[in-house]
Write a protein that binds this ligand. Structure first.
Ligand code: SF4
Ligand code: F3S
Length: 104
């Protein structure tokens, strides 16, 4: 499966939701998640993210993010249409240490 990782926090460009063939993105206040049980592993969303936040869960060290995607995709509403990107999204792009800013 693919998952959304820390780089999405406060960037939330939402280009990803427009391309997913199975509509498996879910929306939090400042972050999106993928439902790993619905993702068909097509990979088309990965290059669409300007923040490079979408990664295959086979990459090292992503266990925690797989758990976060699994948990919140059960709690947050589905999103299929791109909304308004935060005005300061570009300021947060590439910043480290955003995990503590995740709004759940
Ligand atoms: Fe959707 Fe494909 Fe991305 Fe999975 S890899 S979230 S199915 S676009
Ligand atoms: Fe987040 Fe990238 Fe989608 S910043 S909302 S994963 S396009």
């Amino acid at each position: 499966t693919y998952i959304v990782t820390e780089a999405c926090i406060k960037c939330k460009y939402m280009d990803c939701v427009e391309v997913c063939p199975v509509d498996c993105f879910y929306e939090g206040e400042n972050f999106l998640v993928i439902n790993p049980n619905e993702c068909i592993d097509c990979g088309v969303c990965e290059p669409e993210c300007p923040a490079e936040a979408i990664l295959p869960d086979t990459e090292d060290g992503l266990e925690e993010w797989l758990e976060i995607n699994t948990k919140y995709s059960e709690e947050w509403p589905n999103i299929t249409v791109k909304g308004e990107t935060p005005a300061d999204a570009d300021d947060w792009k590439g910043k480290e240490g955003k995990k503590e800013l995740l709004s759940t």
